[in-house]
Design a protein around this ligand. Structure first.
Ligand code: SF4
Ligand code: SF4
Length: 389
C-alpha cells in the first residue's frame, strides 16, 4: 500500500497549538514515561513521528491522541523540550477539526476572531428570539403587563415553547456530533485489518463505562486522582442539567415564585459546575501543572462559558424567588445567551465533543484488541496498529 506524505501537516498543527514536533529526535523517553501506554497503544512518540513525516492519513486514523489525558509526565521527561503532552493535545484539536465536515471547528480552532464571532452570532440570535416582536420573550410580555408586576415566566418563556426548542436543539446537535463521530470511525477503520462486527458488539460495555466514568484517567501517574474526580463530578453536573432541561423541564421551570423539589437537583448541578470550573480557572491561571500550562482561546471559552452558565442560572433562580420580574426576565435571556452558544459551538465543534470521541476511541481500541486475540496464532493480517514505537 502506498503511503502519501504531506509535509504541510507539521505547519498545519501549529495552528492548533502543536509547534514543537520539530524538536523531537525520537528517543522514546516520553513513551516510556507514559503510564497509559502498552504494547497495543504506544504513544506519544508514534504520533509525533507521524507529524514529523507528514503522514496525514495515519494521523487521521490514529486513536493515540484520545488515549492521552494530558498528565504531562512525558513532557517532564523529554530531553528536547518537545512537549509531547502538548502535541497530543494539539493532535486532539486537529482531529476534532478534521472529523467536522462543516468546517466550523477548523475556523474556531485556527482563528480566535472566528471563535469570538461565532459565539457573538449565536448569542445575538438568542437575544433576537427574545426581543423581536413575537409570541415569545418581551413580545409576549408586552401583551401581559401583569407579568411586569410579579414574576410569571408563562408570559415570557412558556414551558412548552422552551421544551420544543430544547428538543430541536438537542436533535440537531446530536446529529452533527454523531455524523462527525461517523467520520472518525470511518477514518480509524481504514487503518489495519477489518474488525468483525461481533468484536464491536462484545465491547460495547467499554463505551458505556468509559463514557460515564472516564476511569482510564485513574491510570495516569501524576495528578490522576484530583483531575479524574473533578472531571467525574463535572460529568454528574452535565447529566443532571441535561435531565432537568430535556426531561424534567415541565417541573423544573417554575413560572412564578414557587418552589419544586427538582430545584435541589439544580442546586447540586450548579454548585458542582461553579466549584469545578472555578477551580479549573484558578489552576489554569496558576499554570503549575502541565495540564494547565497551555490553554488556548477555545479552552478558555469552554470553561468560562460553563462557569457563567452556572452563575447566571443561580442568579436567575434567586431573582425569581425574590419576585423581581424584570431582573428575572433579563437574567433568563442572559442565561440562554451564554448557555446556547456553549452548547451549539462546543458540543459538535469544540472541546465538549471529547465526551463522545474519547470513549469511542477506547471502544474502537478494545474491539481491535478483541479481533486480534481471536486471530489464530501465526496468521498475520497486518498489524492493527501499523507503526510501533
Ligand atoms: S518527544 Fe521528547 S521524549 Fe518523546 S521521543 Fe521526542 S525527544 Fe524523545
Ligand atoms: S500527557 Fe500523560 S497520558 Fe498523555 S502521553 Fe504524556 S504521559 Fe501519556
Amino acid at each position: 500500500m502506498s503511503v502519501r506524505v504531506d509535509p504541510s501537516v507539521q505547519a498545519e498543527l501549529t495552528h492548533y497549538g502543536g509547534d514543537t514536533a520539530v524538536k523531537c529526535f525520537n528517543c522514546g523517553n516520553c513513551t516510556a514515561a507514559c503510564a497509559l501506554t502498552d504494547q497495543d497503544a504506544v504513544f506519544p512518540r508514534r504520533y509525533i513521528r507521524y507529524i514529523q513525516l507528514g503522514l496525514r492519513e495515519k494521523m487521521l486514523g490514529s486513536l493515540d491522541p484520545w488515549l492521552c489525558y494530558y498528565c504531562g509526565d512525558c513532557s517532564d521527561t523529554c530531553p528536547r523540550e518537545a512537549q509531547p503532552g502538548k502535541l497530543m493535545m494539539a493532535g486532539r484539536r486537529w482531529l476534532i477539526s478534521m472529523y467536522d465536515w462543516t468546517g466550523i471547528s477548523r475556523l474556531m480552532y485556527r482563528s480566535p476572531r472566528w471563535e469570538a464571532s461565532f459565539i457573538a452570532i449565536v448569542a445575538l440570535a438568542v437575544l433576537a428570539l427574545f426581543t423581536l416582536p413575537s409570541d415569545f420573550g418581551y413580545g409576549l410580555l408586552a401583551a401581559h403587563p401583569e407579568a411586569r408586576e410579579s414574576v410569571n415566566l408563562a408570559y415570557f418563556a412558556p414551558k412548552d415553547v422552551v421544551h420544543r426548542w430544547d428538543n430541536v436543539l438537542g436533535l440537531v446537535l446530536g446529529a452533527l456530533l454523531l455524523s462527525n463521530a461517523g467520520r472518525m470511525v470511518y477514518r480509524v477503520s481504514r487503518q489495519g485489518p477489518p474488525v468483525p462486527l461481533s468484536c464491536y458488539l462484545s465491547e460495547l460495555g467499554v463505551m458505556i463505562v468509559q463514557g460515564l466514568t472516564q476511569i482510564r484517567w485513574r491510570g495516569c501517574a501524576t495528578g490522576a486522582r484530583k483531575h479524574w474526580l473533578r472531571h467525574f463530578f463535572l460529568v454528574t453536573s452535565y447529566v443532571s442539567m441535561f435531565a432537568l432541561v430535556m426531561i424534567f423541564l415541565h417541573w423544573f421551570q417554575v413560572e412564578d415564585t414557587g418552589f419544586h423539589w427538582t430545584a435541589y437537583i439544580g442546586y447540586y448541578a450548579t454548585a458542582v459546575l461553579l466549584v469545578t470550573t472555578g477551580w479549573i480557572i484558578i489552576d489554569r491561571l496558576r499554570k503549575r501543572e502541565q495540564i494547565h500550562k497551555e490553554s488556548d482561546l477555545t479552552d478558555w471559552a469552554f470553561v468560562g462559558l460553563l462557569f457563567l452558565t452556572g452563575l447566571s442560572g443561580i442568579l436567575l433562580h434567586i431573582a425569581r424567588l425574590l419576585d423581581m420580574p424584570m431582573t428575572t426576565y433579563a437574567l433568563y435571556t442572559a442565561h440562554l445567551m451564554i448557555d446556547v452558544p456553549l452548547l451549539v459551538l462546543q458540543v459538535p465543534f469544540g472541546k465538549w465533543s471529547h465526551i463522545l470521541y474519547r470513549p469511542l476511541a477506547l471502544y474502537l481500541l478494545a474491539a481491535r484488541r478483541r479481533a486480534e486475540s481471536r486471530r489464530p496464532a501465526g496468521v498475520i493480517e497486518g498489524s492493527p496498529l501499523p507503526v510501533r514505537s
